[in-house]
Design a protein around this ligand. Structure first.
Ligand SMILES: C[S@@+](CC[C@H](N)C(=O)[O-])C[C@H]1O[C@@H](n2cnc3c(N)ncnc32)[C@H](O)[C@@H]1O
Length: 365
């Protein structure tokens, strides 16, 4: 199996390179409105935003920033296939403007707009990013009334265009079975609180890109891709940043298209793609090994397993897991400017055991 990965260094408010109804899944994290690090980027997209911020008119600035994001969500709705899913990672923002402290609820604003486009909302995930920093508490300290609850989570909105996707012919049905996940993974992945994914180390040493990358971890994209698409599908990220969604797609045997308005990210994206063979194969083999360990514990409690995955000589909990077949990464080739091709293999490509977190959460420095 081969997959392709295209990066378009352009503005996603108009995705003219993408045909309508051609994308299976969209995963992204946009610039967060009213978080200071994005003020300049939003102001470049609409200079009125800079004026609103200068006048300390928070509500107007917030709305104008969302108007720029709306254009992308509208395009996402156009390019998604019927039954396709959109996952939007978004954090709300707290800020004081004009001597008024308040929260700007971007997740609610985006959700409302997406519903108006015709999306159906599915249960969302709260990505818990607990911090022990003593300065996380805001406001009047230990005195009542003026102290504020600290923000320790972000949202992952999950939206669907039209009805549930169907898998009709035998080939589609088999591909869906190969793309299944293990029972114990399902129990963690489909919980509405994700507590086990840490934020990534954000400092970038690349001189040309901004100080902080605002990247999310590969694990986050890998999970969402595994949950809401099948092998060979096409994944879109309109706000690609350092290319994390592309990396998740490579590791899971999906095609991808990413838009990034800032071409200075090219060097870091390409470097990360080139490193993905080792990282992806290590991660997949660790999934298999972790499952083997899990089944040993199950066998101690419940005795001999009823089902077996012959591809890996593995016991499994249910019939749905018996055909799982992972697309290991055999070769990564840059076939054209901003276009990469991956040769996948079903042969198990193992790598020496190292810490998965250090790899899967890594950003090159
Ligand atoms: C929050 S960051 C995404 C980080 C990414 N998830 C990662 O892991 O690196 C948002 C990105 O969107 C880009 N961006 C902002 N507006 C854009 C637009 N209209 N079209 C394309 N990219 C845009 C920014 O340059 C920034 O890199």
């Amino acid at each position: 199996m081969k997959t392709t990965h295209k990066i378009i260094y352009d503005d996603a408010r108009e995705m003219k390179e993408i045909k309508s109804e051609s994308i299976d899944l969209m995963i992204t994290s946009p610039p967060y409105p009213m978080i200071q690090m994005w003020d300049e980027m939003f102001s470049l997209q609409n200079p009125e935003i800079a004026n609103a911020l200068k006048e300390e008119d928070g509500q107007r600035a917030f709305e104008l920033m969302h108007k720029e994001l709306d254009k992308v969500w509208k395009e996402v709705y156009r390019v998604l296939k019927f039954g396709g899913i959109a996952c939007i990672n978004i954090g709300d923002a707290t800020r004081s403007l004009n001597a008024k402290f308040q929260i700007y609820m971007s997740h609610a604003r985006i959700l409302n707009y997406c519903l108006s486009l015709g999306f159906n909302a599915l249960p969302e995930i709260l990505w818990i990013k607990e911090t022990n920093k003593p300065d996380k508490f805001m406001g009047s300290g230990m005195l009542p009334v003026g102290a504020y609850v600290s923000l320790e989570h972000e949202h992952i909105l999950i939206l669907r265009k039209e009805n549930k996707r169907e898998f009709k012919n035998p080939e589609e049905i088999l591909n869906r079975q190969k793309s299944a996940f293990f029972w114990e993974e399902r129990n963690i992945w489909f919980s509405d609180k994700w507590k086990d994914i840490n934020g990534v180390f954000q400092k970038l040493n690349y001189v040309k890109v901004r100080e902080r990358s605002a990247a999310y971890p590969i694990e986050l994209t890998y999970r969402l891709i595994s949950m809401f698409s099948v092998q060979g599908d096409t994944i879109l990220d309109p706000y690609l940043g350092t290319g994390t969604t592309t990396l998740g797609a490579i590791a899971s045997g999906r095609n991808s298209i990413g838009y990034e308005i800032d071409a200075n990210f090219k060097e870091i994206i390409e470097e990360r793609i080139k490193e993905m063979k080792e990282i992806a194969n290590l991660y997949i083999s660790e999934r298999i090994e972790k499952h083997r360990e899990f089944m040993k514990k199950i066998a101690e409690i419940k005795g001999e397993p009823k089902y077996w995955n012959k591809n890996y000589n593995l016991p499994v909990v249910s019939l749905q897991e018996t055909k799982i077949l992972f697309p290991f990464v055999e070769k990564i080739v840059k076939i054209h400017e901003d276009l990469f091709q991956i040769d996948h293999t079903t042969e198990v490509l193992k790598y020496p055991q190292q810490s998965r977190l250090s790899f899967f959460h890594k950003i090159p420095s």
